[in-house]
Design a protein around this ligand. Structure first.
Ligand code: ACM
Length: 550
């Protein structure tokens, strides 16, 4: 294959014919009905970067850009042709056309990734060629934790642009946790008045003696959320909100003490947590808690509407967390124990599945699909529910065998908060070393699945937990360049891990780093962290050796 420096690698790049096509101020744009998202994006992003107006022109304008739908292609597939007569992007659906436009931008060089022209140049040449491309997986995602450290709305919109540039199409938005509640809920204003900020923050791993002695917080208004969802939809990215229950809920309990296990502790004394780890302060399994969260979800279902026309594969998913619910308080709580007895349940684990199943049914009745971390498998789920397999592959294997859809995101492979090199200079090093090459060799489909079971693997996502990422520069550092490798794993039809051409990927990365520079991404350079990317003296929690084979 000719080396175009494209990331993720396309399926087929036809051998280049001689010649090149030049875009200039006179180049016109014709967009077939149904391709308007790409039409707008080309003018607003590519047009702004290169100073090209891309004025509307006729379909047969010589030397124009043409966008078409072609029902012989899969919905996200595209065919990009560059020849004497201009540029033609055909997509199986609107998303395919959009991914084709992302490829066009990469072919135009790093200047196409800026927001304004930087040279008095007026023509941009692309060699004649045909690219045919389609994704391997339907779900190609990033989970971003905005609870541990808040990312202001502008930063989220920027991340959506970064996802689009890598043909990633799911943004899993981790909106709540022990350390902060980040979304306005009109009927419960205290969730953000109290729950969206903390007085101070642990700096480093929880064993670190350091504190950032200043308030940290922030939240998205409902209009911010509408803007984020619309901005994502324009880029063919689905936003999957996560409200984590019944564990990871201390921020909500600090705002509404009645949600906690009031017969075990004085929940009125709780604050939004300022340290890291798994809080023991979990939701009480009461009717009051169920009604409260139904109220929260009612508002959120409006803010994150199902959009089956745009996202036929996974429209309407709603993530309810379900991970790491400490059972200590339920063991001590007379109320929780009475509930276990009343429901005829075996133990506290069964109580957790009762809790999850309640919302599974509640969401199904509203035409939505529950997704949760793999702990939710412990107890049986509605047929439409799906699982994010994080503790390894096993949850995903079990889920797929039981007929549930799965998103593979095992922590041993694609947790981008984990350190990316062994050196002393890695900022606040957490867990195992997961290099760019490790992520590149990650295989989302475990070999023990049959072909039919493997069809339940919707795809894969990287997860970015932000305990030690205090600002967007730190998020960039952990996410990049590894998210580019994850994007290729998710999009491209790569061979088995051992046979993957990592050297070839690295060569293409040398082109891609120039794009990331133009985008202003504070990635980890191959030579290691720059001085200001280090955090000397801030304690992490590195784990030596390779992760267990899971
Ligand atoms: C998780 O990492 N607790 C999903």
């Amino acid at each position: 294959m000719m080396d175009t420096g494209l990331i993720p690698a396309p399926r087929v790049v036809g051998s280049a014919a001689r010649g090149a096509f030049a875009l200039d101020v006179a180049t016109t744009l014709w967009a077939a009905p149904g391709t308007d998202t790409t039409e707008r994006w080309l003018r607003s992003a590519l047009g702004a970067a290169l100073g090209l107006p891309l004025r509307p022109g006729p379909q047969d304008a010589p030397g124009g850009v043409r966008l078409l739908l072609d029902d012989r292609l899969e919905p996200e597939a595209y065919r990009l042709g560059v020849g004497d007569d201009g540029v033609e992007i055909r997509g199986g659906g609107a998303a395919g056309v959009f991914w084709g436009a992302q490829t066009l931008r990469q072919l135009l060089g790093p200047d196409a990734f800026r927001r304004a022209p930087i040279r008095p140049r007026t023509t941009y040449e692309i060699a004649h060629r045909v690219i045919e491309d389609a994704p391997r997986f339907r779900w190609r995602g990033l989970m971003l934790d905005v609870s541990r450290h808040f990312m202001p709305k502008e930063g989220v919109l920027r991340y959506l642009d970064l996802l689009a540039a890598h043909k990633l199409n799911v943004f899993h938005f981790h909106l709540t946790d022990d350390q902060g509640w980040r979304v306005q809920i009109n009927r419960y204003p205290r969730l953000t008045e109290v729950g969206s900020w903390r007085a101070r923050t642990k700096f480093g791993h929880r064993a670190s003696p350091l504190w950032e002695e200043k308030p940290h917080g922030g939240f998205y208004t409902q209009d911010d959320i509408r803007e984020i969802v619309a901005y994502a939809a324009e880029r063919h990215i689905a936003v999957v909100p996560e409200i984590d229950i019944p564990g990871h809920s201390q921020a909500a309990i600090a705002a509404h003490p009645e949600l906690g296990n009031t017969d075990v502790i004085d929940t009125t004394s709780l604050t939004v947590w300022d340290n890291w780890g798994v809080s023991k302060n979990v939701l009480a399994p009461t009717d009051n808690t169920l009604r409260f969260y139904e109220g929260v979800f009612e508002e959120l279902l409006d803010l994150f509407p199902a959009d089956p026309a745009r996202f036929p594969e996974f429209s309407g998913f709603f993530h309810i967390g379900g991970d790491e619910c400490a059972k200590d308080q339920w063991k001590q709580s007379a109320t929780a124990q009475a509930r276990i007895k009343e429901l005829g349940l075996a133990d506290e684990d069964a109580l957790q599945s009762w809790f999850i199943r309640h919302f599974d049914n509640w969401l199904s009745e509203r035409g939505r699909r529950l997704i949760g971390w793999d702990e939710i498998l412990e107890g049986g789920l509605a047929p439409g529910a799906a699982v994010s397999s994080w503790r390894g592959y096993q949850g995903g294997v079990t889920a797929a065998r039981a007929g549930h859809d799965v998103v593979m995101c095992p922590e041993q492979h694609v947790y981008l908060d984990y350190r990316q090199a062994a050196g002393e200079d890695e900022p606040v090093p957490i867990a195992y070393v997961r290099t760019l090459e490790d992520v590149y060799r990650f295989e989302p489909v475990p070999p023990q699945l049959t072909e039919a079971e493997a069809r339940h693997v919707l795809g894969t996502q990287a997860n970015v937990w932000t305990e030690v990422m205090e600002d967007h520069g730190r998020v960039d550092y952990q996410a990049f360049p590894r998210l580019a490798a994850l994007a290729e794993v998710a999009w491209s039809s790569l061979p088995a891990p051992a046979e993957r051409d990592f050297a070839g990927f690295e060569r293409r990365m040398s082109t891609h780093y120039a794009r990331l520079d133009a985008l202003g991404v504070a990635y980890r350079a191959p030579a290691g962290p720059r001085p200001w990317q280090r955090r000397p003296g801030v304690l992490g929690r590195p784990i030596e050796g390779a992760p267990p084979n899971v």
